[in-house]
Structures are given as C-alpha cells and as structure tokens.
Design a protein around this ligand. Sequence first.
Ligand SMILES: Cc1cc2nc3c(=O)[nH]c(=O)nc-3n(C[C@H](O)[C@H](O)[C@H](O)COP(=O)(O)O)c2cc1C
Length: 356
Amino acid sequence: MWPQTAITGLLNIKHPIIQAPMILQKPLAPLAITVSNAGGLGSLGCAEMTIEEVEKAVTTLRKNTDGPFNLNFFLHKEPGYNEQINRQMLEHLMPFYKKIGFTGIPDSRTSPLNVFNDEMLSLLLDLSPPVVSFHFGVPQPHVVKSLKQVGCFLMATATTVNEAKILDQAGIDAIIAQGWEAGGHRGSFETNYEEVGIGTLSLVPQVVDAVRVPVIAAGGIGDGRGIAAAFALGASGVSMGTAFLTCLETPITDQHRGALLNAKDEDTQLSRAFSGRPCRGKKNPYSETMINLHQPFTDFPTMYNFSGPLKKYGIDNNDLEYQFLLYGQSASLNRELNATALIEVLAEEALAIMRP
Ligand SMILES: Cc1cc2nc3c(=O)[nH]c(=O)nc-3n(C[C@H](O)[C@H](O)[C@H](O)COP(=O)(O)O)c2cc1C
C-alpha cells in the first residue's frame, strides 16, 4: 500500500508514478496509453503539436484507456530576434555545418514552436483532459481558473523553492520538483541554470516544506529505490522520464536506445546548444564545444533552427556525433521492458523498501 500522502486519490491512479511528458521524434500516445492502463499516469508532450494533432491524440487516448492522462505544454515566450547574437551563433556553427556539407542559412525569423495561446486553451476547455501540466513558467490566471472550472488537475515544474512558491500562489494543484539530474529541458523560469542547479535530494524536501500542495519528485529517479527515497523526502509521487525511454512502446531511434542501454553516470551534459534552453542529453563533440561558449545563445526555440541541420544529418547518417540524445543522469538504471511490466516492477521495488 502506498502512503496516505500519495497522489493516487487526487489523480485517480493506482500507483503514484507519472510517466513524464517527453517530446521525441514521434508522438508518445502508445506509451502513455499503456502507462495509464497499468495504473500510472501517462503523459503526452504537446508542445510541438498543432491544435488538430492535440485533438486527435486525445481521441486516441480516450479510445484506448479509461485511465486519466496528462497533456503537457511549454510556457515559453515568443522568441526575440537579435541580429548580432544570430550572426555570432552562425560563426560558431560554421565548422560543424562545413563538416556535414550543409551550405544553407537557418531561418532565424520563424519560431519552430507555437506559444501556448488562447486557441489551445479553448480546445483544452472543450476536451477537459483529466490533467494538464506546464513547463517553463506560470500559467496566466485566466488559464488556471478556466481549466480548473472544467475539472482539470493542474501541475507545473519548479527547479527552486522560489519557483515552487510562485506556482503554489498561482493555484497549481501539484508541483513537480525537477532536480538537476533530470533528462530533457530544465523547467526553470526564474533562475539562471548556469548559477543554480539543485539536485533532487536537496530540492524535494525544501519544496515540500515551502508549499501547501502535493509535490512530485522528478530527476534521476531510475528504479524503486529512487521512488522510495522520494517518498522519504516527503514527495507524494514521482515523475520519471528517462526510465520510460527504453520501454518497448517508446518510439526512439535505435541509436538512442543503444546509448541508453549502454549509458554511464558521466554520459550527460546540460547545454543550450540544442534548443537555446538548458537541456540534458548525451554529450557529443557539438555540445562539448558549445558549452564553452560564454555568450548568449539564439533564443529558445529559434535555436532549434540552427541546430536542426546537425540533428537531421545525425539521424539520416546514423552519426551519433550530431544527434541530440536526451536522457538524465540515472540512465544506466534503465531496463528494456514493456511499460506495464516497468510500472509493476517499479511499484514492487518501491513498496518492498517502504513497507514497515
Ligand atoms: C527525452 C525527454 C524529453 C522531455 N520532454 C519534456 C517535455 O516535453 N515537457 C516536460 O514538461 N518535460 C520534459 N522532459 C523532462 C521530464 O518531464 C522530467 O522532468 C525528467 O524526465 C525527469 O528526470 P529523469 O529523466 O531523470 O526521469 C523531458 C525529458 C526527457 C528525457
């Protein structure tokens, strides 16, 4: 039995295990469906989706699971345009472009990702998904109010106590405390990641003490030991991304799967080189060069346009040197199982430790 404080009742799930929303090459609906059917909370990263794609995904989810699910959105601002920064960025990228034979000029005017807007909000109000979560910021008051009115449970990411307090004040129902170890983008919105990188072990209990709502621990939780530790720190649930990447349902490339199954603790690095925002993934010569660039990057998400030709080359040519393989610091704990088996084994491992 999970402790009384577990988020299971609030989310209407059997196990307080959230499959973290993840943007990958292909949509994650099959993984989210399996997780929700197995008693966890399946999540879909919707930041790259159009209104029509979100609508279609929700139809698919509802057709295939009676369990709750989470739709996740980025709260980034419209990117700025800075000619000088973009020119400097191009200069740094030229040697890499030369190596792969790319002779084009990336589009620095068009953002590759839409911002979360009232049109998307209006769709969500029609669909009323059970859970909506946000990364990179605080939803506006009318967003919080209207989503709650149609019965959505709201979650958002904090990477410091200050950010957690801001989300709590804004009416968010559960705070995802994301530690430094986490794979993918840091959800920071009030801090500079170069100066502030708080690990999950430090962050979770301090956030638990600072806010009124349940706290979900995220970052570096790779097996039942991590889940039990998160509960010992006062968390009400966990959000795990990296651990689900090697599930059989997860549509990652063979190279990504191979890297995960051979991962080591020292593999990863946080860098703005991929998107313009700090993001954790496997080090490669590109990220290692760019991490030493002590100057502003092209804004998120326009930076995707600059790194895009390298990523495309890496995927098309099976070349790990240019791919962005996102994962966290605990990837070496990953297991290649179907998601039902993974949820069961995670719950068993954690409960075996937590049992009095
Ligand atoms: C490949 C990948 C993509 C991610 N994409 C998103 C995303 O779209 N939205 C989001 O809120 N978090 C995203 N994250 C972060 C996760 O929500 C979560 O914080 C993280 O996976 C937890 O750390 P772990 O990877 O060590 O389990 C992503 C993580 C990974 C590994």
